[in-house]
Each structure stands twice: as structure tokens, then as C-alpha cells.
Design a protein around this ligand. Structure first.
Ligand code: SF4
Ligand code: SF4
Length: 374
């Protein structure tokens, strides 16, 4: 088969996070490219960039599973690469996140280096329509190859968070919140996410959907065993396939809308080469898409020009509400609200809804899952 690198999306069945099962699935996943050697040359520094949103246990399905990272690290090492593992968690301290998510153990087991994304380098990304300045982690300058290892989850702002959005973790620390504040609307924020992906330029992307997160992701949702690993060198194509498999309509994933708007290759499924499993074999029935900003009235958005529906869609976007029975008054939501509109009054967070930009950082970061959407 003649391979078009930009169009190839590989799908593999992987029913559980058992070492042998994941290894076999990963080898199947990489087979269309001829194995990991197409990506890694001896002596190269290779960054594995998982989704480490928060200090969550692997079984919560909030973060990329450590078994996948371990097996991938061993494959890279076998090809002669030196493995670095890193991400910039949204709110929690990175060391705590690395420990709780199993990344520390994965690094120790494989002799990989865990790195911090705490130093910044400024990069101007030229997207032909004006430059966008990013404060990316300096760690990107230390590596020759970036492998983006995302987790498949729903997201109230973007519909899905998968390969494109995972690169947002390369923005250093608290700067991520500021970008939410500067670009509060889902469409505009998704253009930023796309620019980050294009600036970071991972050589390869993998989506961990062995156990995905459905419902109110990306932190509070329900783990769902979809039994899939997916890969492509084109994260836009990969996300298009992930969206199709989980039943999202074409316009419901806002990062894909941003790619379509710029005529980037990968949003048209009929132009992709999907191998390993067919779309039909991979489809996840009744995937709970949650209350996504696009998904809630997705059929309208899909049928009509998006600009016409901006007002309607904005009015329908849900607001965050605190479940006082679950909240333990930790203050993480207040510390990480980009708009700084959460005050803790007598132990209960009070959200100034008039000023809320509905970025849903509070939903993402609440360790108790106490922030509802209504
Ligand atoms: S809502 Fe969540 S993050 Fe905010 S104070 Fe309560 S438990 Fe902490
Ligand atoms: S209250 Fe929540 S959704 Fe509203 S601006 Fe703050 S973090 Fe974002």
C-alpha cells in the first residue's frame, strides 16, 4: 500500500492496560509505518508528552495511562532514542502529578527522565495572518522528536480533547489560564489551540482510548472502556477519526472547526487512509458527549453557518455551579480561575456568574468533582 504520511491514521484494538496487551497493540498500531524506527533515530532525544491534567490515579481515566508510556519508552529506547517524559499540569504541582498518575514509576522502570515544563521560551508562530506569541516550555528545545500521547476525553469547551488539544500542555504553567482569559469564546480559543499544535509540531500523535472519559470531562467524567489505541503523524486527521468514532458531528469539535476554517488537511474523512480497524469496527456506541459548548446544540451548529448561531450558542453555554455537599473548600478553583471571579466565602466558593467567561477551568481543576455545569 502506498502511504500518504499526512493522511494515514492507524487504529488498533487494545482491551486493557496489561503490559503484553498494550505492547502488542502498540506494535500493531505502528506497523503501517514500519515500526518506531521511522520516527526515532539512534542518539535522538525523544519527548513523550502525555496528558497529565491533574493528580489523578490512572484508573480515573483523566490522564494518559502509565503502562502505555512505559511500553512506548521501551520501544523508543530499543530504537536508540533517549526518552524524556513531561507535561505542564493545569493546577497541581508537577511532582505530585507525576507520582499519582504513575509517570514517576514509569520513568523509574524504564530509566527515562522526567522533566519539568517550568522554564519558558518565547516563540512567535507565524500563521500567515499575523503572528501569535506563545510562551512554550523551554524543554521543547532539548528534544529532537516529540511524541504526543493524548487521552480521549470529552471537554465542555471544545467538545473533545484529544491529540490537537494535548499540545496545549506545552504552554508553561499559569500562562495557560491567561490565554483562556484572553480568548474566552470556544471558537477563538480553539484557533489558539490549533496554533499551539502547529507551533509545537509533534512528529507523531497517539490517542489513549483504551479507557476514555465520557460525560462531563475532562476531569469529572465517567471512564469508558472503548478498547482502542489510535495514531497518526497528523493530529488533525487523528482527531477527526476520534470524533467520528465517538459520534460527534463534524462541527461539534471546535479544534476541528478551526482546522477546517484554515483549510488544513485532515478534517475530511474521505481523504484519510484509515488502517488496522475500520471506522465501523471502532465505533463506540452511545458515547456520552456531556454538556459540551458545541455538543449541546450540535445539530443546529452542524446545520447552519456557525457565525449565525454564535449568539444562540453562547446563550446556551452552561455556567459552573458548586455542589456544596461535595466541595471541601480547598480553594483550587479560586486559585486557578483565569477571570479571578471565585471568592471563598465561609468555606464555600462563590462564583460571580456575570463575569464568568465559561472557560471551565474550575471544572477541570476541582479535585473533588464539585463543579457542575447547568
Ligand atoms: S469547588 Fe472544588 S476546587 Fe473549589 S473549593 Fe470546592 S473542592 Fe476545592
Ligand atoms: S468561574 Fe470557572 S468557568 Fe467561570 S471564569 Fe472562573 S474558572 Fe472559568
Amino acid at each position: 500500500m502506498q502511504i500518504d504520511k499526512n493522511a494515514l491514521v492507524s487504529l488498533a484494538r487494545c482491551k486493557r492496560y496489561h503490559t503484553d496487551t498494550v505492547r502488542e497493540a502498540l506494535l500493531n498500531l505502528l506497523a503501517p509505518w514500519g515500526g518506531i524506527g521511522f520516527l526515532v533515530k539512534p542518539g535522538q532525544n525523544v519527548l513523550l508528552k502525555p496528558n497529565l491534567l491533574a493528580a489523578a490515579r490512572p484508573e480515573e481515566a483523566v490522564t494518559t495511562h502509565p503502562v502505555l508510556i512505559s511500553i512506548l519508552a521501551k520501544l523508543v529506547q530499543k530504537a536508540g532514542g533517549r526518552v524524556l517524559i513531561g507535561d505542564s499540569p493545569g493546577s497541581d504541582d508537577a511532582k505530585t502529578v507525576y507520582k499519582k498518575t504513575g509517570m514517576l514509576a514509569a520513568a523509574e522502570e524504564t530509566g527515562s527522565e522526567l522533566i519539568m515544563f517550568d522554564r519558558i521560551y518565547k516563540k512567535d508562530y507565524d500563521r500567515n495572518r499575523g503572528k501569535r506569541g506563545f510562551e512554550l516550555t523551554e524543554a521543547l528545545n532539548q528534544v529532537d522528536v516529540i511524541i504526543n500521547v493524548a487521552k480521549l476525553k470529552t471537554h465542555p469547551l471544545t467538545g473533545l480533547t484529544a491529540a490537537v488539544k494535548n499540545t496545549y500542555g506545552c504552554i508553561a504553567g499559569k500562562k495557560k489560564g491567561r490565554m483562556h482569559y484572553e480568548h474566552p469564546l470556544p471558537d477563538d480559543f480553539s484557533r489558539v489551540l490549533l496554533d499551539v499544535y502547529l507551533a509545537v509540531k509533534p512528529a507523531f500523535s497517539i490517542i489513549d482510548a483504551v479507557i476514555a472519559l465520557e460525560g462531563i470531562g475532562p476531569r469529572k467524567g465517567k471512564p469508558r472502556n472503548t478498547g482502542l489505541l489510535m495514531a497518526s503523524s497528523n493530529a488533525i486527521a487523528l482527531d477527526s477519526v476520534a470524533a467520528e468514532i465517538t459520534g460527534f458531528k463534524p462541527n461539534q469539535v471546535t479544534t476541528l472547526n478551526a482546522a477546517r476554517e484554515r483549510s488544513l488537511f485532515g478534517t475530511n474523512l474521505s481523504e484519510l487512509q484509515i488502517v488496522g480497524l475500520t471506522l465501523e469496527e471502532s465505533r463506540v456506541s452511545n458515547f456520552d458527549q456531556g454538556t459540551s459548548s458545541a455538543g449541546k446544540i450540535g445539530s443546529l451548529v452542524a446545520r447552519y453557518p456557525r457565525a449565525w448561531f454564535r449568539g444562540l450558542r453562547e446563550s446556551r453555554r452552561p455556567y459552573p455551579l458548586i455542589d456544596e455537599k461535595i466541595c471541601n473548600s480547598c480553594g483550587v478553583c479560586a486559585d486557578n480561575c483565569p477571570a479571578q471571579i471565585i471568592n471563598i466565602n465561609e468555606g464555600i466558593p462563590d462564583i460571580d456568574q456575570d463575569c464568568c467567561i465559561r472557560c471551565y477551568c474550575c471544572v477541570e481543576f476541582c479535585p473533588q468533582g464539585a463543579v457542575e455545569l447547568a
